[in-house]
Design a protein around this ligand. Sequence first.
Ligand code: IMP
Length: 181
Amino acid sequence: MLDKDIEKILVSAEEIDEIAKRLGKIITEEYKDKFPIVIGLLKGCVPFMGKLITEIDCHIELGFMDVSSYHGGIQSSGDIKIKKDLNIPVKGRHVIITEDIVDTGRTIKVIMDLLKYRGAISVSVVTLLDKPEGRVVVLDPEYIGVTIPKEFVVGYGLDYEEKYRNLPYVGVLKPEVYSTK
Ligand code: IMP
C-alpha cells in the first residue's frame, strides 16, 4: 500500500542488510574492549539501530535521546530541541551516536558537543545515510552506510510528516504526495 507513493527506491532492503553487516563488523573490531554506549536519536534511528546492533558482536549499552530538528516539513529548521534526554551518565564512556541520516549536520553536532561536555571519552557517529551536500557545519561521520544526493527521502526510519518510517527501504516520494496536501 505504501509503495504506491514511492517514485524510486534509493537504498533497497538487501543493501541495508549488507550495510548493517559491514558496519557492525567494523564497530565490533574497534570497540570490542570498550563497552560503548550506542545512543539512538529517536525516532528515526529505530529500524537501522535495531538491525545494526544485532550485527555488533561485543558488549554494548543502549541509550536513547529524542531530538527534533524538523517540524513536519521537508526543510531543516536549524532549531534543535532535546525532547527526551539520555538517562545514563556518559562520563568516562565511549559513545556511538546512531542516526538515520546526516544532512546539515546540526543535530549531531549539538549532541556530540553536549556528550563531550558531559565527559564522554570519545563520541563517534554511525549513520545509515549521509547527505554531504547539505552540510552547514563541519562534520564527518566515522561510519557511513551510503552517501546519497541532496534529495528528500523517506523510509527505514525517515519520515514525511511522521509517515513512511516503516517502509523496509529508503525511497523518494512522488511529487504529488507533497502537492496534494
Ligand atoms: P540535520 O541536523 O540537518 O543533519 O538533520 C538530521 C535530521 O533531519 C535527521 O535525523 C532526520 O530526522 C531529518 N532529515 C534530514 N534529511 C531528511 C530526509 O531526506 N528525509 C527525512 N528526514 C530528514
